[in-house]
Design a protein around this ligand. Structure first.
Ligand SMILES: NC(=O)c1ccc[n+]([C@@H]2O[C@H](COP(=O)([O-])OP(=O)(O)OC[C@H]3O[C@@H](n4cnc5c(N)ncnc54)[C@H](OP(=O)(O)O)[C@@H]3O)[C@@H](O)[C@H]2O)c1
Length: 373
């Protein structure tokens, strides 16, 4: 086992809407059941922007940045405990979200082994880092919020009960949406309706989307309802809102959901977008969004993937077993990557925030190198 340094560089938020800074934080040696990962790649996610500009889920400053994905090499393992078969030298991807020693935008993260996935042979870390956060999000939201089944392993001859029922993925070209199509199609859900800008329609169809609608068209809701004119009610029993924008997604979805529709909305609901000029406004309680506008009997849920560990089976299997197996078999393809450059780790993190703020991310994941080497 290599000797760990006692301190490391980390990216931190000094205050809301202030440039990121570099701080020195301790490197935590692994306890039983934990591993230490030398981080090589970070995937930047919209949550980074929600935290930086909106102070979302931050209790005090300076706050180490990151509740997102990381990928790197295991450099130390705890003595004893369930290490999920991980060894020093293994390449892993990580979705960890408790902050502190688990924050992803630092050189070393110390995590329970169940938050890591061994990266299959042949998949570069730069690609693997795009997967864990939003693939876990899809498993959590589909099972806990939409209450659709995703059994593992998939029983022979298994067919989902809702095999032909329409499942609408709004924001299907987002990282979450792209994984949602792949997961639902692999588990046999055959009627996956998608909404994105038209430039991504061909790609979404190649992943298995049944039909694609363009949200930039003013009559997108009419187009969807027209397509479903002969369907039984609720016309769309399952809706996954991968964006959670009050005006951009909840308003149109409130016109589509009917009694009995289940709607899972990625939190936070974005009431006002972050911009250079203004502070964003977020809402974590979906019941406060558009009161009186949803049909009676529509079930609207806010997705909070940070609670996925409450599902004991997913805690033990999702990152350690299911994710590597789906990647190795090519069932899940990593998101396209846009590499964010900059002279230092902080500069790269800052440049990623600028891209997120200007809504430059489309059908791809921002990734950047943590190590300077
Ligand atoms: N609460 C949770 O558990 C949880 C977990 C994961 C993510 N999230 C949240 O979910 C959101 C998405 O995350 P992500 O990483 O998947 O984002 P992302 O990939 O960065 O999202 C970018 C995509 O959003 C699409 N988009 C933007 N506005 C849209 C609209 N009005 N209708 C349809 N598509 C729209 C764009 O589509 P086009 O390019 O086609 O225009 C673009 O491809 C973020 O706010 C994130 O914080 C929440």
């Amino acid at each position: 086992m290599s000797t760990l340094p006692s301190t490391q560089k980390a990216v931190a938020l000094p205050a809301k809407r202030s440039p990121l800074i570099e701080i020195s934080t301790p490197v935590h040696p692994p306890a039983a059941g934990e591993v230490v990962v030398r981080v090589q790649w970070v995937a930047s996610s919209p949550l980074d922007l929600h935290r930086a500009d909106g102070g979302l889920l931050i209790s005090s400053y300076p706050a180490p940045q990151g509740g997102g994905g990381a990928a790197g090499t295991v450099v130390a393992v705890g003595s004893g405990g369930d290490l999920k078969g991980l060894q020093v030298g293994d390449h892993v991807s990580v979705f960890a979200f408790h902050g502190g020693k688990e924050a992803n935008q630092q050189q070393y993260i110390t995590i329970p082994a169940y938050l890591a996935s061994k990266v299959p042979e042949g998949i570069p870390l730069q690609a693997a880092v795009t997967v864990p956060v939003n693939l876990v999000t899809v498993f959590h939201s589909v099972t806990a919020d939409l209450e659709l089944e995703l059994p593992w392993p998939i029983p022979k001859n298994w067919k989902p009960k809702a095999v032909n029922e329409p499942i609408l993925i709004w924001g299907a070209s987002s990282s979450v949406g792209i994984f949602a199509i792949q997961v639902l199609r692999h588990w046999g859900y055959a009627n996956v309706l998608t909404v994105s800008s038209s430039q991504h329609h061909e790609y979404l169809k190649s992943l298995g989307a049944t039909v694609c609608f363009d949200y930039r068209k003013f009559d997108v809701v009419d187009n969807i309802l027209d397509y479903l004119k002969d369907a039984e009610e609720p016309k769309v029993p399952y809706i996954l809102d991968c964006i959670g924008s009050l005006k951009g997604t909840l308003e149109p979805l409130a016109k589509i959901a009917q009694r009995g529709s289940r709607v899972a909305v990625m939190l936070p609901v974005i009431v006002k977008d972050a911009s250079e000029e203004e502070e964003p406004v977020y809402e974590m309680d979906v019941s406060k969004c558009l009161p009186g506008k949803w049909a009676d009997g529509a079930i609207v849920r806010g997705v909070r993937t940070h609670f996925y560990l409450q599902n004991e089976f997913f805690k033990e299997k999702l990152q350690p077993e299911i994710l590597p197996s789906l990647l190795a078999q090519g069932i899940i393809k990593p998101n396209n990557q846009r590499v964010v450059e900059g002279a230092t780790m902080v500069e790269r993190a800052q440049n990623a925030l600028t891209l997120l703020r200007s809504k430059a991310v489309s059908g791809e994941k921002l990734v950047y190198r943590v190590s300077e080497a």
